[in-house]
Write a protein that binds this ligand. Structure first.
Ligand code: SF4
Length: 378
Protein backbone atom coordinates (compact mmCIF):
# COMPACT_ATOMS: atom_id res chain seq x y z
CA UNK A 1 0.00 0.00 0.00
CA UNK A 2 1.29 3.42 -0.85
CA UNK A 3 2.07 5.93 1.85
CA UNK A 4 2.04 8.79 -0.60
CA UNK A 5 0.03 11.78 0.55
CA UNK A 6 -1.41 14.52 -1.58
CA UNK A 7 -0.38 18.10 -1.92
CA UNK A 8 -3.80 19.60 -1.50
CA UNK A 9 -7.34 18.27 -1.20
CA UNK A 10 -9.98 18.82 -3.87
CA UNK A 11 -13.65 18.85 -2.97
CA UNK A 12 -14.38 15.59 -4.76
CA UNK A 13 -16.41 12.68 -3.55
CA UNK A 14 -14.53 9.96 -1.73
CA UNK A 15 -15.06 6.64 -3.45
CA UNK A 16 -14.21 3.19 -2.19
CA UNK A 17 -12.10 0.82 -4.26
CA UNK A 18 -11.55 -2.44 -2.42
CA UNK A 19 -9.76 -1.56 0.81
CA UNK A 20 -8.82 1.96 -0.36
CA UNK A 21 -10.59 5.24 -0.83
CA UNK A 22 -9.71 7.82 -3.43
CA UNK A 23 -10.76 11.45 -3.69
CA UNK A 24 -11.03 14.47 -1.36
CA UNK A 25 -8.16 14.31 1.16
CA UNK A 26 -7.23 10.66 0.60
CA UNK A 27 -3.64 9.79 -0.39
CA UNK A 28 -3.00 9.44 -4.11
CA UNK A 29 -3.45 5.81 -5.04
CA UNK A 30 -0.78 4.38 -7.34
CA UNK A 31 -1.87 1.91 -9.99
CA UNK A 32 -0.09 -0.35 -12.42
CA UNK A 33 -0.97 -3.04 -14.93
CA UNK A 34 0.31 -6.54 -15.54
CA UNK A 35 2.01 -7.18 -18.86
CA UNK A 36 2.13 -10.95 -18.44
CA UNK A 37 -0.28 -13.24 -20.29
CA UNK A 38 -3.33 -13.36 -18.02
CA UNK A 39 -3.71 -17.08 -18.72
CA UNK A 40 -0.18 -17.67 -17.47
CA UNK A 41 -1.44 -17.78 -13.91
CA UNK A 42 1.89 -18.26 -12.14
CA UNK A 43 3.58 -15.42 -14.03
CA UNK A 44 0.62 -13.11 -13.49
CA UNK A 45 0.32 -13.84 -9.76
CA UNK A 46 4.05 -13.21 -9.47
CA UNK A 47 3.73 -9.88 -11.26
CA UNK A 48 0.67 -8.85 -9.22
CA UNK A 49 2.69 -9.55 -6.07
CA UNK A 50 5.74 -7.69 -7.45
CA UNK A 51 3.57 -4.60 -8.09
CA UNK A 52 1.67 -4.95 -4.80
CA UNK A 53 4.89 -5.16 -2.80
CA UNK A 54 6.25 -2.12 -4.64
CA UNK A 55 3.22 -0.11 -3.45
CA UNK A 56 0.51 -0.44 -6.11
CA UNK A 57 -2.89 -0.04 -4.47
CA UNK A 58 -4.75 -1.24 -7.55
CA UNK A 59 -3.50 -3.59 -10.27
CA UNK A 60 -5.06 -3.96 -13.68
CA UNK A 61 -5.27 -7.14 -15.72
CA UNK A 62 -6.36 -7.60 -19.31
CA UNK A 63 -9.30 -9.98 -19.63
CA UNK A 64 -10.77 -10.55 -23.09
CA UNK A 65 -12.18 -14.09 -23.12
CA UNK A 66 -13.83 -16.77 -21.01
CA UNK A 67 -10.42 -18.44 -20.60
CA UNK A 68 -9.03 -15.16 -19.26
CA UNK A 69 -11.95 -15.04 -16.81
CA UNK A 70 -11.12 -18.56 -15.59
CA UNK A 71 -7.51 -17.46 -15.11
CA UNK A 72 -8.66 -14.32 -13.28
CA UNK A 73 -10.69 -16.46 -10.86
CA UNK A 74 -7.57 -18.46 -9.99
CA UNK A 75 -5.39 -15.35 -9.71
CA UNK A 76 -7.97 -13.79 -7.35
CA UNK A 77 -7.59 -16.73 -4.99
CA UNK A 78 -3.83 -16.23 -4.79
CA UNK A 79 -3.54 -12.53 -3.96
CA UNK A 80 -4.96 -9.91 -1.61
CA UNK A 81 -4.22 -7.06 -4.06
CA UNK A 82 -7.10 -4.93 -5.36
CA UNK A 83 -7.70 -5.87 -8.96
CA UNK A 84 -9.24 -3.97 -11.85
CA UNK A 85 -9.94 -5.05 -15.39
CA UNK A 86 -10.70 -2.97 -18.44
CA UNK A 87 -13.61 -3.85 -20.67
CA UNK A 88 -13.09 -3.66 -24.40
CA UNK A 89 -15.89 -4.01 -26.98
CA UNK A 90 -17.48 -6.92 -25.09
CA UNK A 91 -18.94 -4.85 -22.26
CA UNK A 92 -21.07 -7.79 -21.06
CA UNK A 93 -17.87 -9.43 -19.83
CA UNK A 94 -18.32 -7.34 -16.70
CA UNK A 95 -20.84 -9.90 -15.49
CA UNK A 96 -18.19 -12.62 -15.59
CA UNK A 97 -15.31 -10.66 -14.02
CA UNK A 98 -17.32 -8.82 -11.36
CA UNK A 99 -16.95 -11.47 -8.59
CA UNK A 100 -13.15 -11.26 -8.79
CA UNK A 101 -12.31 -7.56 -8.98
CA UNK A 102 -12.79 -4.32 -7.04
CA UNK A 103 -13.11 -2.00 -10.00
CA UNK A 104 -13.85 -2.07 -13.70
CA UNK A 105 -12.72 0.45 -16.30
CA UNK A 106 -14.73 0.91 -19.44
CA UNK A 107 -13.67 2.95 -22.44
CA UNK A 108 -16.57 4.92 -23.96
CA UNK A 109 -14.83 4.69 -27.35
CA UNK A 110 -15.20 0.91 -27.28
CA UNK A 111 -18.95 0.88 -26.70
CA UNK A 112 -19.70 1.85 -30.29
CA UNK A 113 -18.13 -0.98 -32.26
CA UNK A 114 -20.30 -4.01 -31.59
CA UNK A 115 -23.99 -4.59 -30.84
CA UNK A 116 -24.78 -1.34 -32.56
CA UNK A 117 -28.49 -2.02 -32.10
CA UNK A 118 -28.05 -1.44 -28.32
CA UNK A 119 -27.86 2.24 -27.32
CA UNK A 120 -24.61 3.24 -25.59
CA UNK A 121 -26.59 4.54 -22.63
CA UNK A 122 -28.19 1.11 -22.22
CA UNK A 123 -24.77 -0.52 -22.26
CA UNK A 124 -23.68 1.88 -19.51
CA UNK A 125 -26.87 1.06 -17.58
CA UNK A 126 -25.91 -2.62 -17.70
CA UNK A 127 -22.36 -1.88 -16.52
CA UNK A 128 -23.70 0.24 -13.64
CA UNK A 129 -26.18 -2.46 -12.60
CA UNK A 130 -23.43 -5.06 -12.34
CA UNK A 131 -21.16 -2.61 -10.49
CA UNK A 132 -23.93 -2.06 -7.95
CA UNK A 133 -24.70 -5.78 -7.60
CA UNK A 134 -21.04 -6.63 -6.98
CA UNK A 135 -19.94 -3.61 -4.96
CA UNK A 136 -17.53 -2.33 -7.62
CA UNK A 137 -16.14 1.07 -8.45
CA UNK A 138 -16.01 2.16 -12.10
CA UNK A 139 -13.66 4.25 -14.19
CA UNK A 140 -14.78 6.04 -17.31
CA UNK A 141 -11.50 5.75 -19.19
CA UNK A 142 -11.29 8.04 -22.22
CA UNK A 143 -8.21 7.54 -24.37
CA UNK A 144 -7.03 9.48 -27.42
CA UNK A 145 -6.05 6.22 -29.09
CA UNK A 146 -9.65 5.02 -29.13
CA UNK A 147 -12.05 7.94 -29.17
CA UNK A 148 -15.76 7.57 -29.76
CA UNK A 149 -15.95 7.38 -33.59
CA UNK A 150 -19.45 8.88 -33.68
CA UNK A 151 -18.55 11.97 -31.79
CA UNK A 152 -19.43 15.06 -33.78
CA UNK A 153 -16.20 16.84 -32.84
CA UNK A 154 -13.84 14.19 -34.15
CA UNK A 155 -11.95 16.86 -36.09
CA UNK A 156 -11.07 18.26 -32.67
CA UNK A 157 -9.92 15.28 -30.56
CA UNK A 158 -9.40 17.33 -27.37
CA UNK A 159 -12.97 18.57 -27.43
CA UNK A 160 -14.23 15.15 -28.47
CA UNK A 161 -12.52 13.56 -25.45
CA UNK A 162 -14.05 16.11 -23.10
CA UNK A 163 -17.52 15.88 -24.61
CA UNK A 164 -17.50 12.09 -24.30
CA UNK A 165 -16.32 12.26 -20.69
CA UNK A 166 -19.03 14.76 -19.73
CA UNK A 167 -21.65 12.66 -21.48
CA UNK A 168 -20.70 9.53 -19.56
CA UNK A 169 -20.45 11.38 -16.23
CA UNK A 170 -23.97 12.61 -16.89
CA UNK A 171 -25.11 9.03 -17.52
CA UNK A 172 -23.66 8.01 -14.13
CA UNK A 173 -25.20 10.95 -12.31
CA UNK A 174 -28.55 10.38 -14.04
CA UNK A 175 -28.47 6.76 -12.85
CA UNK A 176 -27.62 7.88 -9.32
CA UNK A 177 -24.28 6.03 -9.41
CA UNK A 178 -21.56 7.98 -7.59
CA UNK A 179 -18.80 5.45 -7.18
CA UNK A 180 -16.79 6.32 -10.27
CA UNK A 181 -13.78 8.27 -11.41
CA UNK A 182 -12.67 9.37 -14.84
CA UNK A 183 -9.47 9.41 -16.81
CA UNK A 184 -8.61 11.56 -19.81
CA UNK A 185 -5.42 10.07 -21.20
CA UNK A 186 -3.32 11.09 -24.15
CA UNK A 187 0.26 10.45 -25.22
CA UNK A 188 0.68 14.25 -25.28
CA UNK A 189 1.40 15.48 -21.72
CA UNK A 190 0.12 18.96 -22.56
CA UNK A 191 -3.22 17.52 -23.65
CA UNK A 192 -3.41 15.62 -20.34
CA UNK A 193 -2.82 18.86 -18.40
CA UNK A 194 -5.28 20.97 -20.37
CA UNK A 195 -8.07 18.40 -20.47
CA UNK A 196 -7.86 17.37 -16.83
CA UNK A 197 -7.77 21.01 -15.73
CA UNK A 198 -10.84 21.71 -17.82
CA UNK A 199 -12.63 18.62 -16.52
CA UNK A 200 -11.80 19.37 -12.89
CA UNK A 201 -13.17 22.88 -13.27
CA UNK A 202 -16.51 21.62 -14.56
CA UNK A 203 -16.99 18.41 -12.54
CA UNK A 204 -15.66 19.33 -9.13
CA UNK A 205 -17.01 16.30 -7.33
CA UNK A 206 -15.62 13.54 -9.61
CA UNK A 207 -12.26 11.95 -8.66
CA UNK A 208 -9.66 11.89 -11.41
CA UNK A 209 -7.23 9.16 -12.49
CA UNK A 210 -4.16 10.62 -14.21
CA UNK A 211 -2.03 9.03 -16.88
CA UNK A 212 0.07 9.80 -19.91
CA UNK A 213 -0.69 6.92 -22.16
CA UNK A 214 1.99 5.39 -24.39
CA UNK A 215 4.63 7.41 -22.53
CA UNK A 216 7.31 5.11 -23.95
CA UNK A 217 10.57 3.85 -22.50
CA UNK A 218 12.64 5.32 -19.70
CA UNK A 219 13.73 8.05 -19.28
CA UNK A 220 11.09 9.55 -21.64
CA UNK A 221 8.20 7.89 -19.79
CA UNK A 222 9.19 9.54 -16.52
CA UNK A 223 9.79 12.95 -18.11
CA UNK A 224 6.45 12.92 -19.95
CA UNK A 225 4.59 11.76 -16.84
CA UNK A 226 6.25 14.51 -14.78
CA UNK A 227 5.25 17.10 -17.39
CA UNK A 228 1.61 16.16 -16.93
CA UNK A 229 1.50 15.20 -13.25
CA UNK A 230 3.58 17.95 -11.66
CA UNK A 231 1.30 20.89 -12.59
CA UNK A 232 -1.90 18.91 -12.03
CA UNK A 233 -0.92 17.43 -8.66
CA UNK A 234 0.30 20.85 -7.55
CA UNK A 235 -3.20 22.14 -8.23
CA UNK A 236 -4.74 19.22 -6.32
CA UNK A 237 -5.97 17.46 -9.47
CA UNK A 238 -5.35 13.70 -9.48
CA UNK A 239 -6.64 11.17 -6.97
CA UNK A 240 -5.02 8.09 -8.44
CA UNK A 241 -2.43 7.69 -11.18
CA UNK A 242 -0.39 5.37 -13.30
CA UNK A 243 3.00 5.88 -14.89
CA UNK A 244 3.02 3.81 -18.10
CA UNK A 245 6.43 2.48 -19.09
CA UNK A 246 7.46 0.27 -22.01
CA UNK A 247 9.64 -2.06 -19.99
CA UNK A 248 10.44 -5.76 -19.61
CA UNK A 249 8.24 -7.70 -17.22
CA UNK A 250 11.07 -8.29 -14.74
CA UNK A 251 11.28 -4.53 -14.14
CA UNK A 252 7.56 -3.74 -14.25
CA UNK A 253 7.60 -2.47 -10.66
CA UNK A 254 9.46 0.59 -11.99
CA UNK A 255 6.01 1.95 -12.86
CA UNK A 256 5.24 2.12 -9.14
CA UNK A 257 8.71 3.26 -8.08
CA UNK A 258 8.67 6.17 -10.56
CA UNK A 259 5.10 7.13 -9.58
CA UNK A 260 6.07 7.28 -5.90
CA UNK A 261 9.12 9.38 -6.74
CA UNK A 262 7.03 11.88 -8.74
CA UNK A 263 4.42 12.23 -5.99
CA UNK A 264 7.10 12.64 -3.31
CA UNK A 265 8.87 15.30 -5.38
CA UNK A 266 5.67 17.27 -5.97
CA UNK A 267 4.83 17.17 -2.27
CA UNK A 268 8.35 18.37 -1.43
CA UNK A 269 8.14 21.12 -4.07
CA UNK A 270 10.97 19.61 -6.16
CA UNK A 271 9.61 20.38 -9.59
CA UNK A 272 11.41 19.54 -12.83
CA UNK A 273 13.15 22.15 -14.96
CA UNK A 274 11.85 21.04 -18.35
CA UNK A 275 13.89 23.63 -20.26
CA UNK A 276 16.85 21.22 -20.18
CA UNK A 277 15.03 18.70 -22.42
CA UNK A 278 14.76 18.85 -26.20
CA UNK A 279 11.09 18.31 -27.05
CA UNK A 280 11.47 19.47 -30.63
CA UNK A 281 13.19 16.28 -31.81
CA UNK A 282 12.21 12.67 -32.36
CA UNK A 283 9.31 11.53 -30.20
CA UNK A 284 8.84 7.77 -29.88
CA UNK A 285 5.60 6.92 -28.17
CA UNK A 286 5.03 3.31 -27.21
CA UNK A 287 2.46 1.51 -25.10
CA UNK A 288 3.40 -0.23 -21.85
CA UNK A 289 2.25 -3.61 -23.28
CA UNK A 290 -0.15 -5.93 -21.52
CA UNK A 291 -1.49 -9.45 -21.88
CA UNK A 292 -2.51 -8.65 -25.45
CA UNK A 293 1.05 -8.66 -26.79
CA UNK A 294 4.18 -10.67 -26.03
CA UNK A 295 6.02 -8.33 -23.62
CA UNK A 296 9.63 -9.19 -24.46
CA UNK A 297 9.08 -9.22 -28.22
CA UNK A 298 7.29 -5.89 -28.05
CA UNK A 299 9.81 -4.16 -25.76
CA UNK A 300 12.63 -5.35 -28.04
CA UNK A 301 10.78 -3.91 -31.06
CA UNK A 302 10.32 -0.54 -29.33
CA UNK A 303 14.03 -0.46 -28.36
CA UNK A 304 15.06 -1.35 -31.91
CA UNK A 305 12.90 1.47 -33.29
CA UNK A 306 14.59 3.98 -31.00
CA UNK A 307 18.08 2.74 -31.90
CA UNK A 308 17.43 2.49 -35.65
CA UNK A 309 16.04 6.04 -35.74
CA UNK A 310 18.89 7.64 -33.81
CA UNK A 311 19.92 9.34 -37.10
CA UNK A 312 16.65 11.32 -36.88
CA UNK A 313 17.17 12.32 -33.24
CA UNK A 314 16.81 16.03 -33.94
CA UNK A 315 13.99 15.78 -36.47
CA UNK A 316 10.48 16.87 -35.61
CA UNK A 317 8.98 13.43 -35.98
CA UNK A 318 6.51 11.34 -33.98
CA UNK A 319 6.66 7.56 -34.24
CA UNK A 320 4.06 5.38 -32.50
CA UNK A 321 4.88 1.80 -31.53
CA UNK A 322 1.78 0.01 -30.29
CA UNK A 323 1.19 -3.49 -28.99
CA UNK A 324 -2.20 -4.33 -30.45
CA UNK A 325 -5.38 -3.21 -32.16
CA UNK A 326 -6.97 -1.83 -28.96
CA UNK A 327 -5.25 1.54 -29.19
CA UNK A 328 -2.90 0.78 -32.09
CA UNK A 329 -4.96 1.97 -35.08
CA UNK A 330 -6.08 5.20 -33.38
CA UNK A 331 -2.71 6.14 -31.90
CA UNK A 332 -0.83 5.45 -35.15
CA UNK A 333 -3.36 7.60 -37.06
CA UNK A 334 -2.14 10.59 -35.04
CA UNK A 335 1.60 9.88 -35.50
CA UNK A 336 3.78 10.70 -38.52
CA UNK A 337 4.62 7.01 -38.87
CA UNK A 338 3.45 4.17 -36.71
CA UNK A 339 3.71 0.46 -36.04
CA UNK A 340 1.05 -1.64 -34.43
CA UNK A 341 1.47 -5.30 -33.74
CA UNK A 342 -0.59 -8.33 -34.64
CA UNK A 343 0.53 -11.74 -33.37
CA UNK A 344 2.39 -12.68 -36.56
CA UNK A 345 3.15 -9.37 -38.26
CA UNK A 346 3.46 -5.65 -37.70
CA UNK A 347 1.32 -3.03 -39.45
CA UNK A 348 3.38 -0.11 -40.71
CA UNK A 349 1.48 3.13 -41.28
CA UNK A 350 2.12 6.65 -42.42
CA UNK A 351 -0.52 8.70 -40.63
CA UNK A 352 -3.79 6.90 -41.24
CA UNK A 353 -2.55 5.08 -44.37
CA UNK A 354 -1.40 1.49 -44.12
CA UNK A 355 1.94 1.04 -45.91
CA UNK A 356 1.99 -2.72 -45.41
CA UNK A 357 2.22 -5.65 -43.01
CA UNK A 358 5.70 -6.97 -42.27
CA UNK A 359 7.28 -9.77 -40.26
CA UNK A 360 8.76 -8.66 -36.93
CA UNK A 361 12.31 -9.13 -38.22
CA UNK A 362 11.64 -7.22 -41.46
CA UNK A 363 9.79 -4.17 -40.24
CA UNK A 364 12.69 -2.07 -38.88
CA UNK A 365 14.56 -1.59 -42.21
CA UNK A 366 11.22 -0.82 -43.84
CA UNK A 367 10.46 1.77 -41.16
CA UNK A 368 13.89 3.38 -41.63
CA UNK A 369 13.26 3.62 -45.38
CA UNK A 370 9.84 5.19 -44.80
CA UNK A 371 11.23 7.67 -42.26
CA UNK A 372 13.85 8.76 -44.79
CA UNK A 373 11.11 9.19 -47.44
CA UNK A 374 9.03 11.14 -44.95
CA UNK A 375 11.89 13.47 -44.04
CA UNK A 376 12.75 14.07 -47.69
CA UNK A 377 9.15 15.01 -48.42
CA UNK A 378 8.64 17.38 -45.49
S1 SF4 B 1 -2.09 -1.03 -27.13
FE1 SF4 B 1 -2.73 -3.12 -26.75
S2 SF4 B 1 -0.89 -4.17 -25.98
FE2 SF4 B 1 -0.54 -1.97 -25.77
S3 SF4 B 1 -1.17 -1.58 -23.65
FE3 SF4 B 1 -2.90 -1.06 -25.02
S4 SF4 B 1 -4.13 -2.91 -24.99
FE4 SF4 B 1 -2.10 -3.50 -24.22
Amino acid sequence: MTNALRIKPRPTRKIKIGDHYIGADEPILIQSMCATKTQDIDATVQQVEQLYRAGAGLIRLAVDSKKDVEALAQIRRQTKANLVIDLQENYQLIEDVAPYVQKVRYNPGHLYHTQTEVAVKDKVKFIVKIARDFDLALRIGVNFGSLDPNNKEKENPWQSALTTTYEHCDYMEGMGFERYCISLKSSDPQAVVTLNREFAKNYLHVPVHLGVTEAGMLPDAEIKSRMAFEPLLTEGIGDTLRVSITIANEQKDQEVVVAEKIIADVIAGRLTDFSKYNFAGLNVISCPSCSRVENHVFVKLAQEVRTALSFAQNEKLTIAVMGCRVNGPGETDHADLGLWCAPKFVNLKRGSNLIGQFAYDEVIPKLVEEVKNFLRAT
